[in-house]
Design a protein around this ligand. Structure first.
Ligand code: GLA
Length: 391
């Protein structure tokens, strides 16, 4: 099975020196995969992501000017921004992430100085493993350290990354992606309470079992408009339910029992969206319990139920994700499989016996080939550390 193609950091540092003429410091932040708890973060619910082995590396040095000069190795593009003159927002270009992060840090009182950045990454972009949060956190930790914060507060960095998405990129995402990219831990997933922002480390020592990620390599256009629509539908559900349940602020406050009692108050589509969110919150807490007990069979069942709920009630799956999940689930040695991330393309995540990985990968690839779809990429990952200063 394909292992992560690691970025060559020595080469990156040398390339930095020949481009900018100074010795850089090195920083990095990971992509992520969400084990369970999908579309719950913006409802102030629970999520259970882990940071993956793929990372975005940022070589950086101050440049004694008011400018941030930045080059992306993967995109083969350079750009520049002036800290004294805010650039336009939502230009639809990658510099939006960099500028948004720099501004959001400054808004939070974290000093940012003129800097040169050279960025390389092996987090696949547009694949639903949060290449954007990896970029925001990689740039965020680099700029914060160069600006004088010796060991920047990871929570502030995560919130700055989310603010960059909201204000500069125009994606109204929840906090999951930036939080796990900031706070990921080796060999543990993180239960995040997206209301209090408290976290609980959930060790995943899976022994003979791996977390297998399948990148379908499709991204359907619908993803951002439908994402904002789902947010609005959830808000509508919580507003309606709050009339009967005064304590309800968001769907986080609605239990499955409440939902069952009051479901008929909700219009059809809104009812389905609400059912997904309240049951997904319950499944996420059950998953923490299952993982803690080492009960992978239960964990796998919960993942499979999550997929069905996302497919049928939340309607954020697509044919390619369903095929990848169904084909993997039919193989021996697979505990569970589901779409992961926002949906409408991107990745699936499965729990798979190590000795079944090759077979599962081949089965999914041949199902895609039989439909004339381009070949998916499969890779296993352990849970990794979040944003860090590289030694
Ligand atoms: C995207 C968003 C996250 C989260 C997921 C769905 O990845 O960035 O905040 O809402 O979708 O769980």
């Amino acid at each position: 099975m394909l292992r992560s193609p690691l970025v060559d950091v020595e080469r990156l540092k040398k390339a930095f020196f020949s481009r900018y003429g100074s010795e850089p410091r090195l920083f990095s932040a990971p992509g992520r995969v969400n084990l369970i708890g999908e579309h719950t973060d913006y409802n102030e619910g629970y999520v259970l992501p882990m940071a993956i082995e793929r990372r975005t590396y940022v070589a950086a040095a101050p440049n004694v000017s008011s400018k941030i000069r930045v080059r992306s190795v993967t995109l083969d593009q350079s750009a520049e921004l002036d800290l004294e003159q805010p650039g336009p927002k939502k230009r639809g270009i990658w510099l939006d992430y960099v500028e948004g992060t720099a501004r959001a840090l400054m808004d939070r009182g974290i000093p940012v100085v003129g800097s040169d950045l050279l960025i390389d990454s092996d987090v696949p972009a547009g694949a639903g493993v949060s290449a954007s949060a990896a970029l925001e956190l990689g740039v965020g930790i680099a700029l914060a350290v160069l600006g004088g914060s010796a060991d920047p507060d990871r929570v502030k960095l995560a919130l700055a990354g989310q603010a960059a998405e909201h204000q500069y990129v125009g994606t109204m995402c929840g906090i999951m992606d930036q939080y796990i990219a900031a706070l990921g831990q080796r060999d543990a997933a993180l239960l995040i309470d997206c209301r209090s922002l408290e976290t609980q480390s959930v060790p995943i020592r899976l022994g003979d079992v791996s977390v297998l990620i399948c990148d379908t390599r499709v991204k359907h256009e619908l993803s951002s408009s439908e994402y904002n629509l789902r947010r609005a539908e959830c808000l509508r559900a919580s507003n309606i339910l709050a009339k009967s349940l005064p304590g309800v602020r968001t769907l986080r406050d609605v239990t499955v029992a409440d939902f069952e009692r009051l479901a008929t108050q909700l219009p059809g589509v809104v009812r389905s969206r609400c059912r997904h969110v309240v049951t997904e919150n319950e499944r996420t807490l059950a998953a923490v319990d299952a993982l803690t007990r080492g009960d992978l069979t239960k964990m796998g069942e919960l993942m499979s139920q999550s997929h069905v709920s996302l497919r049928d009630d939340y309607q954020v799956s697509c044919e390619e994700l369903d095929v990848a999940v169904d084909v993997a689930s039919a193989e021996k040695g697979v505990y569970g499989s589901r779409m992961t991330g926002g949906g409408f393309g991107g990745c699936t995540v499965s729990l798979v016996d190590n000795d079944a990985i090759e077979r599962v990968g081949a089965a999914v690839k041949s199902a895609f080939a039989a439909r004339g779809w381009s070949s998916p990429e499969l890779f296993a990952s352990v849970a990794c550390e979040g944003a860090r200063i590289e030694r």
